[in-house]
Design a protein around this ligand. Sequence first.
Ligand code: DAH
Length: 338
Amino acid sequence: MIEKIEEKFKNDLASVSSLEELEVLRIKYLGRKGEATRFFIGLKNLTPAERSRVGQAANKLRQKIETQLSQRKQEFKDRAAVSSQRLDVTAPGVRLRQGHLHPRTQALRQAIGIFRSLGFSALEGPEIEVDWYNFEALNFPKDHPARDMQDTFYVKSSVGKEDLVARTHTSPMQVRYMEKNNPPLRIIVPGRVYRREATDASHDYQFYQVEGLMVDKEISVANFKAVMEEFFKQLYKKKIEIRLRPSFFPFTEPSFEVDISCVFCNQEGCRVCGQGGWLEVAGAGMVNQSVFKNAGYARNEWQGFAFGIGFERIVMMKYHINDIRLMSGGDMRFLKQF
Ligand code: DAH
């Protein structure tokens, strides 16, 4: 009888193919009314001698079954562990996404390359400035209305007495650079600037400028115009006209707004240039002697031009982008296109 059960169990066990089935089998044999348990129920009706014989045999059977069940259980577990680590060489690969430079960075690198070919070195300055470099040294006295054009974000300083400003332009680097370097000099300063601005398609509260400064003994507006012509010709890969209109900046004298001939319609008139044929791209002028003085140079000893290009506008024209806010928005649908 007991041998038969053992035999039957072996057959059953051989056909088990999962942990769940194994559990069913355990209950079938070792459960309260299981095949290997039933013997114990009738034991009390037997004589003591028979009782001990049958009891021992039944106990042995139980142990054998228990051992085999737990061996089998372990086998299932091992197999599951191995198959979860198995490498399926036929599975489709994971596509690696390759990134690229931001369109502004691409254009910036190109611009730096062009200016470098014209003898300008590129450097950067701090985005959080002290009032002195951002305004005062550039001839914006405190309370002067020219400051209103460049309302910005102020940062309470925990270090010095002076409050800090998120710089409104890259021009502060003119004075910072001239304090440490003597003419002749040719630099450009690309970088992010900030304005307190209600945003729309052509205004954002953060954008890039490329500042330029050239100082020597006999620098004139003609030199400036030539540099602009060459820069835009190389950037847009065609001849570009430059137009200077009188303007005002406290740190230049005289000052101008710089327009380029429309890169889209060649001055025939289109939506981008508002039919006018010209696009405004920069502010510029001849460096005010007070700025030289604030940087530690003697008055009337040097001449130079300076300019500040609104860089996003140039990038937007290069790639036909119609909303400046896309430039700092981080929207992948936009960025993937470049
Ligand atoms: N910093 C000026 C602005 O942000 C632009 C500018 C005008 C820069 C004249 C210059 C300059 O260097 O000479 O509006």
